[in-house]
Design a protein around this ligand. Structure first.
Ligand SMILES: Nc1nc2c(c(=O)[nH]1)N[C@@H](CN(C=O)c1ccc(C(=O)N[C@@H](CCC(=O)O)C(=O)O)cc1)CN2
Length: 298
């Protein structure tokens, strides 16, 4: 089959940020000098290095496209009540069009209650049960689609992958990736099979898939021999593997054995540089949609 095309998520995310930047500039022209700009608020609890990096990148990306960003850092031991108060304040703040709480949260926090507390109109992470639930119902559309699943679909669309009528397999059934991706593919008329820890013969299902999305969180779980010749492989996994030769002591690998899979697939996302960068680009897109609605120009 030869080498697969590399789906360059980093470059596609940059294209999207450029498009957003242009839209923000137009919005300013349209609305005049006093125009408000889109605003994104991020709540960070604790001091996890990875979460700090993601939040810093969200701020940097907001700055790049001309958004205002707001951030509240709370200590690891913050109470549920104090965290909910911060969310409520951002919900009520007119300058803010998107509110998100960086995950994961410390164990003592009731994550469900926190996600439910984000205003539906500002739920740019798309994690509110109303938004996730709407994906499953025909004839309904969520106000916002969560960013990683939306990024997967955008990568497929922007690389010209035909979805309708294709067989898709999604490995993983998490609320925030596997399950919504499966629903989004189905909404585009793919025939979707979800593979999880109790699925018999996952290999046979993968071998039939024209589109394979791996979101199971297990380093290099999918060998190249599972890939149907010519399939499109989207690897959502981001797993740390110890590597003393790297500055940070580990390297990132996906859920798919990349080198093997690229011998058989027609196109594949790398890790890093595939789905990951799309997550923040989609967050910016959701925030723009929210701001446009609030400015009355959508
Ligand atoms: N409230 C949220 N929390 C979390 C989300 C989310 O969408 N909303 N997703 C992840 C973290 N995340 C954004 O928040 C995120 C993860 C990864 C990337 C990314 O660009 N990854 C790079 C590699 C980065 C590295 O080298 O470490 C890549 O894949 O190329 C962006 C955003 C969990 N929490």
């Amino acid at each position: 089959m030869g080498k697969a095309d590399v789906i360059d998520g980093k470059a596609i995310a940059q294209d999207i940020r450029n498009e957003i930047k242009e839209e923000v500039a137009k919005l300013k022209e349209h609305k005049g000098k006093e125009s408000p700009v889109p605003g994104l608020a991020v709540v960070l609890v604790g001091a996890r290095k990875d979460s700090e990096t993601y939040v810093r990148n969200k701020r940097k990306n907001c700055e790049e496209v001309g958004y205002e960003s707001f951030q509240t850092d709370l200590p690891e031991e913050v109470s549920q009540e104090d965290l909910l108060k911060v969310v409520a304040d951002y919900n009520a703040d007119e300058r803010v069009h998107g509110v998100l709480v960086q995950l994961p949260l410390p164990k003592h926090i009731n994550e469900r209650e926190v996600l439910d507390a984000v205003s539906l109109d500002k739920d740019v992470d798309g994690f509110h049960p109303h938004n996730i639930g709407s994906l499953a119902l025909r004839g309904r559309s969520p106000k916002f689609v969560s960013c990683t699943p939306k990024g997967v679909m955008e990568l497929l669309k922007r690389t010209g992958v035909k979805i309708s009528g294709k067989r898709a397999a999604v490995i993983g059934r998490s609320n925030i990736v596997g399950m919504p991706v499966a629903l989004l593919l189905q909404a585009e008329d793919a025939t979707v099979t979800v593979i999880h820890s109790r699925t018999p013969e996952p290999e046979a299902i993968c071998k039939e898939a024209d589109i394979l999305v791996a979101a199971i969180g297990r380093a290099e779980f999918v060998p190249g021999s599972w890939i149907k010749p010519g399939a499109v492989v989207i690897d959502v996994g981001m797993n740390d593997v110890e590597d003393a030769s790297k500055k940070r002591g580990y390297r990132l690998v996906g859920d798919v054995k990349y080198a093997e899979a690229s011998e058989t697939a027609s196109a594949i996302t790398p890790v890093p540089g595939g789905v990951g960068p799309m997550t923040i680009a989609m967050l910016l897109q959701n925030t723009l949609e929210s701001a446009k609605k609030s400015f009355g120009c959508s």
